[in-house]
Design a protein around this ligand. Structure first.
Ligand code: ADP
Ligand code: MG
Length: 232
């Protein structure tokens, strides 16, 4: 089986001309179906940049970045949009819409798939919320939920479309340790059920054990798991 995510010799630059700054240097990383990879490293080292490139949220400039065997480096807008549809995203701030109910927020995760009827969207969203333990909160608004509950809604929204890849950027940063743990355990369980690949950025040492593999980013360079062990 080819890797689900295959990054080769990837460089990335922000800005132009004199202000041009290289933030990623020769990144190489292969991730396979069903793997949970945790990426750690200091603030400003390039973790979010790499995650957004993998997610098709920004264009890859140099090297090779293949997602589900599609090359994203030099890809057209339409291809990036297509790539984004195969991913679920979970961010540090849950990014829920305050004016929409919990159910409507999760439904948003299905609206990029235009082959699903309105009734089915509702059923699937409600089922997903049941799975994350919020079956009795469908008509609540985000403001009426705790931080951990909001993050569980964000997980439901990310996973309701059964994505092949879930990208999570510090999903537990705003949570206490118990809620943080619950949230990642839930991600792990749902991902294993759906055979989905997770790339998760975190500073939270308490959740490292859910990873199949840990990679470390420093100054825009990625060090694989063996090197981390050797260096520590
Ligand atoms: P991390 O997620 O590891 O904290 P980032 O990927 O956010 O790191 O940032 C890596 C580097 O790129 C930092 O030096 C940051 O200032 C810079 N950077 C991030 N986003 C932008 C941007 N949109 N424009 C210019 N520089 C950026
Ligand atoms: Mg970041």
């Amino acid at each position: 089986m080819p890797p689900v995510i295959s990054v080769k010799n990837l460089d990335h630059y922000f800005g132009h001309g004199q202000l041009c700054k290289q933030v990623l240097f020769d990144i190489n990383l292969d991730i396979y179906a069903g793997e949970i990879i945790i990426m750690t490293g200091p603030s400003g080292s390039g973790k979010t940049t790499l995650l957004t490139l993998v997610g098709g949220l920004r264009s890859a400039q140099s090297g090779s970045l293949q997602i589900l065997e599609q090359e994203l480096c030099g890809a057209k807008k339409g291809q990036l949009t297509q790539a984004r549809r195969s991913n679920g995203y979970i961010f540090q701030a849950h990014n829920l819409h305050g004016s929409l109910t919990v159910l409507q927020n999760v439904r948003m995760g299905l609206e990029v798939h235009n082959n699903i009827s309105s009734a089915e969207m509702k059923t699937r969203s409600a089922q997903m919320l049941e799975e994350v333990g919020l079956g009795d909160r469908l008509n609540y608004y985000p403001d009426d939920l705790s931080g951990g509950q909001k993050q569980r809604v964000a997980i439901a929204r990310a996973l309701v479309g059964r994505p092949k890849i879930v990208l999570a950027d510090e999903p537990t940063a705003a949570l206490d340790s118990k809620s943080g743990r619950d949230v990642v355990s839930l991600m792990q369980k749902l991902a294993k059920e759906q055979d989905c690949t997770i790339l998760l950025v975190t500073h939270d040492n308490r959740i490292l054990d859910i990873a199949d593999r840990i990679v470390y980013m420093e100054d825009g360079k990625l060090i694989n798991d063996r090197a981390v062990v050797a260096a520590s």
